[in-house]
Each structure stands twice: as structure tokens, then as C-alpha cells.
Design a protein around this ligand. Sequence first.
Ligand SMILES: [Zn+2]
Ligand SMILES: [Zn+2]
Length: 345
Amino acid sequence: MKAFVYNGPGQSALEERPKPVIGAPTDAIVRVTRTTICGTDLHILKGDLPSCAPGRILGHEGVGVIDSVGAAVTAFKPGDRVLISCVSACGKCASCRKGMFSHCETGGWILGNTIDGTQAEFVRIPHADTSLYPIADGDDEDALVMLSDILPTGFECGVLNGKVQPGATVAIVGSGPIGLAALLTARFYSPGEIIMIDLDDNRLEVARRFGATQTINSADGKAVEALMALTGGRGVDTAIEAVGVPASFELCEQIVAAGGVIANIGVHGVPVTLHLERLWDRNISITTRLVDTASTPMLLKVLKAGKIDPKLLITHHFKFADIGKAYETFGDAAATKALKVIIEV
Ligand SMILES: [Zn+2]
Ligand SMILES: [Zn+2]
């Protein structure tokens, strides 16, 4: 089969690989029909994630059709259409019993990281019964791919952890795909204001179309002043960090209102200064989380009911043979205006 392989920092290729086989009775083999590229895949390609070794097939998002199942799989059979979760979960360990699937003792984020992933014609899914979701024949596969990772990530790490409330003021720092996913799902709770902050005017324009009530371009270094002017000097009830660099987290520390929450989504590679000298008496909370995808069944229902349109996030389509081009387009988002790219396998 064809698969997109990480071969060490700066090196990747579409290669011929053997089709995966059932290794444990709880495994399923899925024929992938749609996949996409995540910002995390770009980090891996740069060599930022030592857990992902050269030779690994990338990708942790996608939909497909069950090709074969192990003897212990009872929820799925060959021919069933499925959504693949970016997090694999056994459903039985202490973390899973708490609903914290991201820290499953034999799962978590392993796809396209410590085991081969979804940017391939076939993928082996461990713990298939509790890591796949059934989808119906008429369901829109492009929209569903957004439920593998970015929608549950924006919702769980940003909106749920950030305790977004009706009428509240929310700021989202970073208007990329994850920040926009947080914006789309924050609207479930009818916040009064959603203020989007980014360096890229195009992405802020997209945020307006998605329902941001205000946008701030932070390129001039005056985002704090601009936000304080919009909030009567109070700051925001929820500040969602959706970038993963010190400047964006420190911006959240400056704009969170007394009693507010800073909800971190970004993947941070270097230390960030915690300004306790300013925050010690402000009654704030700071939350961190890796997505558990515990909200996926709810998001599937919201999608089915037509209450959310995740296809708004999709800007480009590619055939699998052109996945190299898809990476170039996604990696150069400032020029290509790419958000999420769909790859038809
Ligand atoms: Zn991802
Ligand atoms: Zn588990």
C-alpha cells in the first residue's frame, strides 16, 4: 500500500509499505478514505517530537471502512464505515475509567506518533471498539474528518476547560484551525463576545465569518490595550491559548479578568513565564489538557442535527498521490490561506 512516511527531520516521502495486519484480538484494520494534516504533523517533520521515530507513517485523523477485525472486536464488522479518533482508548484502565482517554495506559495519542498512522491506504487501529465511531452511509466524510481531532480539541481543551458561559466574554489567541474550532464550539454556549486575536488579517476575516464579534491584529504589539478598550478595562472571562508559544500564553495572562480562566490548547516546546506577581490575587484558573475525545459522541449528534458546519474549516482538497503538495500548501498557510486540507485516499 501507499503511505506517507516521516524519515527524520526535514525528510518525508510517499512510500510503498506492507498492508498492516491484525496484531491483537482488539485491533481493526481500516481502509482509509479521507485523511488530513495537523499542525502536529508539521512539528514532527521538523523533528520537534522525539516520540515519533523515523520510519513512522504519519496522520491521526480520518474516516474509512473496516477491512478486517480481530476476534475480540464486537462493535464493528468488515464493511462498516467509521470515524477514526486521534486518541486510542482501551476503555478499561484507570485513566479511561475517569474519561481521560488521552492518558490511556495502552493508548492515548499513539496514531502517527508511536504507531503507524492514517496517512496511508490502510491503518491498524488498536482498541477498535472504543477508538472508532460508527458513521452512516449518507454522512459527509469531509465534515467528519474535522471530528477526529480539531473539533474535540478546540471544544474540550478550550471551551469546556475555559468554562465558557452564556453572555460571557471570550478571547481566543490564535485564529488557526484549532482556534477556529474553539470559536465554532464556543458558540454552543452563546457567549456575549468572542474576540479573536491573530497576526494574520486573512485568518481574522475568516473568524468574523465564523461568528467572532471582534478581531484584533496583534502585530503592532498593542493587543492588550485594544482588548482592554473593548472590555471596559475588565479583560475576558475566558482566554483560550491556541498557538503554543510564550508570547501568546503571556498575552492570555494579561487579558484574563479577575475570576477568569486561561485555557491552554497550544503545544508548548519552551518554558513560559508565569506572572504570579500580577496574578496571585486575581482568582484565576489555568487549565491544560490533551484532548480526550470524550466529547466525540456529542459532537457527532450536533453535526447530525446541522447545528455546526465543520466544513467551513476546509480550504483545499488533494488526491493521495499529491500529499506532498498538500503538506506544502498546509505548511505555507500565510501565502496559501490554507486551514484544513482534505486528502482523498
Ligand atoms: Zn492533530
Ligand atoms: Zn485505557
